[in-house]
Write a new protein. Sequence first.
Length: 102
Amino acid sequence: MSEVMEALSGREDLRAWRNNVGAARDGGRFVRFGLPGSADITGILNDGRRLEIEVKAPGGRLSEKQKNFGAMIEKFGGVFFVVRSAAELLELLEQTKKRAQP
């Protein structure tokens, strides 16, 4: 995750930030936060499209909620990536940039 976040930092063609989902104890109560199924990193490309990046370890798989979230983002014109390395992310961003050019 830190390698992917580092690859995103300082880029002029997008803005991205960490998106935490989970639960924790707050004193005596249990608090859930984030949208179940949403990606690890969220942001926006400079052409206005929403960017969602799910970071998986080698062999990691998307849950059904994550698959549904990714499909929804793409249905509405956003970009959803599943990556396992910063190099993979950078390649996908380059491909996306080329497809967006007239």
